[in-house]
Design a protein around this ligand. Structure first.
Ligand code: SF4
Length: 372
């Protein structure tokens, strides 16, 4: 969490959206892009859910979403809330009563899926309670459930046949937002997640032209870790590069901890967040005469350790395997090495400082970083 405090100006960017607050986290209005995840425990298993939320908070997760599939899950929320500090968004499908109960139990935001919560009277009641508690609603459309909304909405039925799925998602989301606005409710966020990258990107790009509500980004059902690394980095990353997106959730078929880690990696790669020093390391090749992979792992283990004294340093560290690109990268970085045969040159603030024997590369580099 604390890494997002006091972010330099460069981390705040993008299009200016209408901000909402999820608990203490501001989403939109050019605030830093927040990272969120979702619990994967049974919500009613309070001990397991609380444990998971607190572990994710420790990793930097800023907002947690919890699925509320049954009334007992909504009823567990109040007890969970007392034991965690992360703001909670509840994930509601099909049954509006689950939204009402989770609001009563202290949810900090509600996600409604227009594909399965479309009854105007039910929505009116949810909005009334959300207003009372001053919490935002996320209009969360997914490509897999958008047909539910179209089927209930004659206006779209014939048009949607001609639209690609991403346009249908945009039109349905806007229509849903207009209904919330007609109830004088504007604390809205929108998400339009498709399971393919191109449709996701198209949907967000289009809606970004049509509304200033904050956008929650994600590629849905992105699969296991490596699949998601590729799909989420391209999908979420392209949009963030366009200046679109206020909060992100990476979807991984795996532990939510990886969702939070990957979320930050994406933000870091785009210069939108920084968790400790940035490591520039070469991939190694036949020219490399020292074990750069091992050295990089050791350096990363120390610099990126969440309890490390280096964690908040805004530094670029270059670890390069030879003199081809090594001196250039090491000179560009705040500190770095360019290896030779059994040794490395140490560079600091653009200057070649001294030669280090291979066995001492890690310890000497850390010693010099400490001095900075
Ligand atoms: S820096 Fe040198 S060792 Fe590393 S990949 Fe490039 S050429 Fe190979």
């Amino acid at each position: 969490m604390h890494m997002m405090k006091n972010l330099p100006e460069k981390f705040t960017r993008g299009r200016k959206t209408r901000p909402v607050w999820i608990g203490s986290v501001k989403v939109g209005g050019r605030s830093p892009v927040s990272v969120q995840s979702m619990t994967k425990t049974k919500t009613e298993d309070v001990a397991a859910t609380v444990k998971q939320i607190n572990e994710l908070a420790e990793l930097g997760c800023q907002i947690i979403r919890i699925a509320i599939p049954r009334l007992s899950a909504a009823q567990a929320l109040g007890v969970i809330k007392k034991q965690v500090r992360l703001p909670i968004e509840t994930d509601i499908h099909f049954n509006p009563k689950l939204a009402l109960e989770s609001i009563a139990q202290g949810a900090d935001a509600i996600r409604l899926n227009p594909g399965n919560i479309a009854d105007p009277e039910a929505i009116k009641e949810i909005v009334k309670q959300a207003k009372k508690r001053k919490i935002p609603i996320r209009v969360g459309l997914n490509s897999g459930s958008v047909t539910g909304y179209i089927n209930k909405n004659k206006k779209f039925k014939s048009k949607a046949k001609k639209w690609p799925v991403w346009q249908t998602m945009v039109e349905c989301a806007l229509e849903y937002c207009r209904f919330l606005e007609s109830l004088k409710f504007k604390d809205i966020m929108v998400s339009l997640k498709a399971s393919d990258v191109q449709s996701t990107v198209n949907a967000y790009r289009l809606i970004a032209q049509k509304t200033d509500y904050p956008l929650h980004l994600g590629v849905t059902a992105a699969g296991p870790l490596m699949d998601s690394v590729v799909k989420s980095s391209i999908g979420i990353g392209s949009l963030l590069l366009d200046g679109i997106g206020d909060t992100i959730r990476v979807s991984i078929t795996g532990p939510p901890h990886d969702e939070v880690r990957l979320g930050y990696w994406i933000l870091e790669a785009l210069g939108l967040a920084r968790r400790g020093p940035e490591i520039i390391a070469c991939p190694t090749c036949a020219r490399c005469e020292v074990d750069i992979i091992k050295i990089t792992e050791e350096i990363k283990g120390v610099l990126r350790n969440p309890h490390s004294e280096f964690r908040d340093l805004n530094l670029k560290v270059a670890i390069m395997g030879c003199v081809v690109n090594g001196p250039g990268e090491a000179t560009e970085a705040d500190i770095g090495i360019a290896a030779g045969q059994g040794f490395a040159w140490l560079f600091k603030k653009g200057k070649k400082i001294r030669k280090i024997p291979e066995a001492k590369i890690v310890s000497e580099l850390l010693k010099e970083i400490k001095r900075i």
